[in-house]
Design a protein around this ligand. Sequence first.
Ligand SMILES: *[C@@H]1O[C@H](CO)[C@@H](O)[C@H](O)[C@H]1NC(C)=O
Ligand SMILES: *[C@@H]1O[C@H](CO)[C@@H](O)[C@H](O)[C@H]1NC(C)=O
Ligand SMILES: *[C@@H]1O[C@H](CO)[C@@H](O)[C@H](O)[C@H]1NC(C)=O
Ligand SMILES: *[C@@H]1O[C@H](CO)[C@@H](O)[C@H](O)[C@H]1NC(C)=O
Ligand SMILES: *[C@@H]1O[C@H](CO)[C@@H](O)[C@H](O)[C@H]1NC(C)=O
Ligand SMILES: *[C@@H]1O[C@H](CO)[C@@H](O)[C@H](O)[C@H]1NC(C)=O
Ligand SMILES: *[C@@H]1O[C@H](CO)[C@@H](O)[C@H](O)[C@H]1NC(C)=O
Ligand SMILES: *[C@@H]1O[C@H](CO)[C@@H](O)[C@H](O)[C@H]1NC(C)=O
Ligand SMILES: *[C@@H]1O[C@H](CO)[C@@H](O)[C@H](O)[C@H]1NC(C)=O
Ligand SMILES: *[C@@H]1O[C@H](CO)[C@@H](O)[C@H](O)[C@H]1NC(C)=O
Ligand SMILES: *[C@@H]1O[C@H](CO)[C@@H](O)[C@H](O)[C@H]1NC(C)=O
Ligand SMILES: *[C@@H]1O[C@H](CO)[C@@H](O)[C@H](O)[C@H]1NC(C)=O
Length: 528
Amino acid sequence: MANVEKSFQSFRTLIVVASITFPILIIFYLTHQNSIFDIFQGIQNNTTNICDSVASAKNNTFEDEKNDEKLFGGLLVSSFNESSCVSRFRSYLYRKASPFKPSEYLIYKLRNYENLHRNCGPYTKSYNETMKDGANFSKSGVDSKCKYLVWTAIEGLGNRMISLVSTFLYAIFTDRVLLVRFDNDMMDLFCEPFPDSSWLLPKNSTYWNDLRQFKTWESMFVNNKGNDPLTALFLDLMNNNVRVTNRFHCDQNQVLLQNIPILILRSNEYFAPSLYLTYSFRQDFNKMFPDKDTTFHLLGRYLFHPSNVVWEHIQNVYEAHLAKENERIGLQIRIYNTRQTPEETIINETISCLQQNMLLPKFNMQNSSSPPLEKNTSKVVLVVSLYSKYGERLKSIYESNTSLSREVIKVYQPSHEEHQNSGDNMHNIKAWSEIYLLGLCDALVTSPTSTFGYVAHSLGGMKPLVLQSISGKSIPKVPCQRLKYMEPCFHDPPNYDCMANATVDFTSIFHNIRRCEDQSRGMKIINT
Ligand SMILES: *[C@@H]1O[C@H](CO)[C@@H](O)[C@H](O)[C@H]1NC(C)=O
Ligand SMILES: *[C@@H]1O[C@H](CO)[C@@H](O)[C@H](O)[C@H]1NC(C)=O
Ligand SMILES: *[C@@H]1O[C@H](CO)[C@@H](O)[C@H](O)[C@H]1NC(C)=O
Ligand SMILES: *[C@@H]1O[C@H](CO)[C@@H](O)[C@H](O)[C@H]1NC(C)=O
Ligand SMILES: *[C@@H]1O[C@H](CO)[C@@H](O)[C@H](O)[C@H]1NC(C)=O
Ligand SMILES: *[C@@H]1O[C@H](CO)[C@@H](O)[C@H](O)[C@H]1NC(C)=O
Ligand SMILES: *[C@@H]1O[C@H](CO)[C@@H](O)[C@H](O)[C@H]1NC(C)=O
Ligand SMILES: *[C@@H]1O[C@H](CO)[C@@H](O)[C@H](O)[C@H]1NC(C)=O
Ligand SMILES: *[C@@H]1O[C@H](CO)[C@@H](O)[C@H](O)[C@H]1NC(C)=O
Ligand SMILES: *[C@@H]1O[C@H](CO)[C@@H](O)[C@H](O)[C@H]1NC(C)=O
Ligand SMILES: *[C@@H]1O[C@H](CO)[C@@H](O)[C@H](O)[C@H]1NC(C)=O
Ligand SMILES: *[C@@H]1O[C@H](CO)[C@@H](O)[C@H](O)[C@H]1NC(C)=O
């Protein structure tokens, strides 16, 4: 108890020093009385304690205010080498300040995670012991100090980024160290997210081997009943709502997984809502994200910093085509079925959406040939699509018509103006730049169910207009609708009630679980 009192002393000292944090700390103290002692344990250990996190995040001087914006209210740490990751220090000059602030508890969890990663990352003593080929574990399973979660890639960049964020959140909840299997096509996209360590799984690790050689959790649950001590397990969360994958969120399964030192996880989904469904994680989830709608936004901005190569590309496009315009409108067109939806229908739906929502002015049908206004009146539409025809068509429409407001409307699609060197990762570098650029726009129109669009709007902190899916030629009366929630959609959520051993509709049990606006099968966690 003496230690606790000492902790409380430092708590009080801090109040005097950092008077601006006073109300925050008091509110925090009042709302977290039960857990306050857990948190102050951090002071005795080598972990960052929550008061330090808060104090370093808030300081009253101008310089510190700028710093606060740079470091996103304490979400990020300043200890990185600037020249190795320029975007980490300069993105605040391009992005509007996010209105969404990380909670003190999230900051505390991230600092603790960083310490764990520092102590257990590649080539540390614990890594060498646990991750070496044929490591021998005693029957009780984990005697090893560090446990690992190896993320493995599947499908496009949008899917990879939503699954990575979910996997990182799972790593935090389970005190595992996240290591990523980045092949050549993922190298050079992102900076290292964790200080003084690396998140890349070393290329010569056994866990780069073919996934089929690892035990799957089907074999563990169905055949072994979890009795066999295992070193590593392949946790395949593809097709989340079938087979045992449908039971990932059951606490009894999490208890079994807990004892396995190395999990190799594969998913193409934003499965963070599954972690909310897991009873044993829910309290932490609620404390880390009092505003559930910011889960991806905050974790994404924590993890994903464009590498210097990508950043240069983003900066060049931004300076050349977006910076000088009065307003920037991001438009992402993803068509799954190009044969059934004629180009003209898609263009008309898009224009109709932009005009109905006052993002762009209506055309002047009179052809009064009045000259466009010159100063301070241009808008740019940044078109992102696999196909250059949409950008080209929009461009020609806006070049050959005048608008009622006489504003100049420019259309720019990066992909067809660029001549890129071919290379393994060029496609992903371009995709990542465009995701990021969309997030720098003032308004956003995206396509339904696109994970690429989800990442763009969530990172940007925006609720986009989402085009209605169309098939055939008719354009819906309401061509697009604004998303109510910022989180990506979990397309194939589980539907298994672990207690009742029965199928269930979670939206009828939890008042803060909703179906996605763009896919009724999907699920989102919302605020209540
Ligand atoms: C801090 O150390 C104490 C023992 O000194 C331990 O019981 C506690 O779990 C540790 N807390 C954290 C957050 O590591
Ligand atoms: C705590 O961490 C610092 C650096 O982060 C290290 O120098 C120090 O030895 C650590 N102390 C303990 C008791 O682990
Ligand atoms: C707050 O700002 C003052 C003056 O610039 C500085 O001395 C102090 O170290 C800062 N405190 C924190 C916690 O950053
Ligand atoms: C920062 O990184 C650059 C290049 O990666 C390196 O040349 C430089 O020495 C580093 N600086 C520090 C202080 O580590
Ligand atoms: C872990 O292994 C690597 C390579 O075998 C070695 O360079 C490193 O020093 C080892 N780390 C420790 C803490 O022994
Ligand atoms: C693993 O450890 C057990 C006892 O802890 C021992 O009996 C067994 O021989 C070891 N296996 C290997 C391959 O070292
Ligand atoms: C992996 O590479 C590191 C550094 O190149 C080396 O020290 C280590 O021995 C290698 N480990 C294995 C298992 O080959
Ligand atoms: C698209 O819009 C143009 C101009 O308003 C119109 O002439 C054309 O019929 C429309 N096409 C479709 C398929 O709706
Ligand atoms: C508008 O008028 C000009 C000449 O005054 C003509 O060249 C142009 O084709 C007309 N545009 C449309 C859309 O009718
Ligand atoms: C440019 O337009 C914006 C509104 O669209 C206005 O707030 C601003 O004052 C204008 N700037 C100049 C230099 O006219
Ligand atoms: C605008 O220009 C295009 C030619 O590029 C023409 O086909 C179209 O009908 C014009 N008017 C509208 C309202 O789109
Ligand atoms: C769950 O229900 C299925 C049939 O719906 C049954 O076969 C199975 O034994 C049940 N499991 C448990 C643990 O009750």
